[in-house]
Ligand binder design. Structure first.
Ligand SMILES: CC(C)(COP(=O)(O)OP(=O)(O)OC[C@H]1O[C@@H](n2cnc3c(N)ncnc32)[C@H](O)[C@@H]1OP(=O)(O)O)[C@@H](O)C(=O)NCCC(=O)NCCS
Length: 176
């Protein structure tokens, strides 16, 4: 499937997404490039953490709605199916808003990441902030590609981390 065959949307996470978040945060590739690796994250600990995320309003689920693959797959009257393919999270670090994103491993490399990142400025809980920040491991090539394609620019380096920022363009804030 390519980009034209699907629609990517983002919705606020709910309690029902706890398993999805646990599965994606403990994914090996995600842990490889996080600054707080926790491959053995206990479920109870995760539930407490996740409840705080939901309360804070900074947790979102990326969904993909697939269009018709071919003429035979279209059954009249059947609703389109949205399936969760990833998660987005915001951390408010004393006024600065930091974003992180993880896709289901099976859906990586199809530009879902950049399409989701293109939408997060509108959804972010700090939509009035002048920018959104991202900490990306310098070896995380797919992430760098996705963030740059979504308009993020590298602000500085901090050891193995590259600090990227997306800034509201003056004159466009009224749309956010
Ligand atoms: C990072 C992530 C969200 C990106 O989403 P994605 O939908 O896979 O990214 P995209 O398809 O938009 O872009 C990936 C790009 O990287 C390229 N890429 C993939 N693997 C690569 C590699 N090993 N080396 C170089 N480029 C690579 C792809 O070819 C694509 O390039 P293109 O722009 O020329 O098409 C996703 O890969 C992911 O969930 N990774 C694990 C979690 C993670 O690292 N999150 C980010 C933390 S900051």
């Amino acid at each position: 499937m390519n980009e034209q065959d699907s629609t990517v949307t983002i919705r606020p996470a709910t309690d029902a997404d706890a398993v999805l978040f646990w599965r994606l945060w403990t994914d090996i590739e995600t842990q490889r490039f996080t600054n707080t690796p926790r491959l053995d994250l206990p479920w109870e600990e995760h539930l407490h953490w996740f409840a705080r995320q939901i309360d804070g309003g900074g947790a979102f689920v990326i969904e993909e709605e697939e269009g018709p693959v071919d003429d035979y797959s279209v059954l009249p009257g059947l609703p389109c199916v949205k399936r969760p393919v990833g998660i987005v999270r915001f951390d408010d670090d004393g006024g600065d808003l930091w974003v992180s994103i993880v896709l289901d491993p099976a859906t990586r490399g199809r530009h879902i990441g950049r399409r989701a990142l293109n939408q997060v400025a509108v959804l972010s809980p700090g939509r009035r902030t002048p920018g959104i920040w991202a900490r990306i491991h310098r070896l995380n090539a797919p992430s760098i590609r996705a963030f740059e394609a979504a308009g993020y620019v590298c602000d500085r380096a901090d050891g193995v981390w590259l600090i990227y920022v997306w800034r509201h363009t003056p004159g466009t804030r009224e749309h956010l």
